[in-house]
Ligand binder design. Sequence first.
Ligand code: DI6
Ligand code: FE
Length: 397
Amino acid sequence: MMLLKNCNVATMVGGYGLIKNAAIVIDHGQIQWVGQESEAPSGPAIDAQGSLVTPGLIDCHTHLVYGGNRANEFEQRLNGADYAAIAKAGGGIMSTVRATRAASEADLFKSATKRLETLLAEGVTTVEIKSGYGLDIQTEAKMLRVARKLGARHNATIKTTFLGAHTFPAEFKENHAEYVDLVCNQALPLAHAQGLLDAVDAFCEGIAFSVEETEQVFKAAKALGLPVKLHAEQLSNLGGAKLAAQYAALSVDHIEYLDAAGVEAIHSAGTVAVLLPGAFYYLREKQAPPVAALRSCGVPIAIATDLNPGSSPVHSLLSTMNMACVLFGLTPEEALLGVTTNAAKALGLKDRGQVKVGMRADLAFWAIERPGDLAYPLGFNPIAAIMQNGQFSKAFA
Ligand code: DI6
Ligand code: FE
């Protein structure tokens, strides 16, 4: 049993849920008690140095396993080329697919480890990682094995998502139906049979998969009992979110172009809206997601880095909180909910995202006073200590 004293706890229960002058009891990797320090059980305690304690942060949307990088495309875009045009010309996602196919499993593990450790240093304790830069049976599985191995080697929970339907690989450019068939009937079931999958995603967009093609992928996922998520309405409004709602998706992600009917549909389905301000920032998008409508409807809003080599080479969830506030108008409390409670929901995780009895003891201790101290600076990390499953992965100095 471990007793922590001298802290303020952002429980995230019923909103921000602050308990001042708090103590926390942890046992067997779980929170056993949380409340006023004056009412805490007696015994030897660890001094939490007056820190603000939040749930360990959750990055619920990343593509952090990949080969190569796309700094060249960053330059091309600065010179006027646009994201979709680069993709159509065989760059974009396909450029990363070529590099990822060519990379050894050991090299992918090594480069992904650096990115993961950068995220974890900011109090992140759970990370979702997608495949989608293989687009063939072997390379999709290779990426997912790397993601599983990252989870086994780090003090963090890694959730994996199959994204075989990310784009059409060059060899299927003229035969989309055959590729969708390969995804649904071979790549997906094989990865699942190897225990590599927690969820299934697709990129529903003009430059990627149509609503009908996406539905085939969702049907295959459901047949295997896997939950679905969707990259939807990022660059245009195809109605992907409505489809996702019909399949009780955990989340719809990006959603800059989501309309009122889409908001209503995901609200009814209990689907989380995942905002990815890093991609919006890098692609210099003009249309922000419908935050006011999501709020007034009561749709849970999560935010994530979307860490990927093309549209969002963002390795910081704290910076993402800042961008969600500055670019999308979230409040710092909403941003914090977006990387804790609502991010847990977006991954279907019921055992984390709040500091309350029975939850997993994943905690971040910050040398700050209020959520604004996380969302307001850029490039400053006020972490004091990190606890993962009841153990300090970073101890107090
Ligand atoms: N949307 C994204 O933001 C990433 N994938 C997707 O479907 C970007 C992937 C990339 O550009 O490499
Ligand atoms: Fe993405």
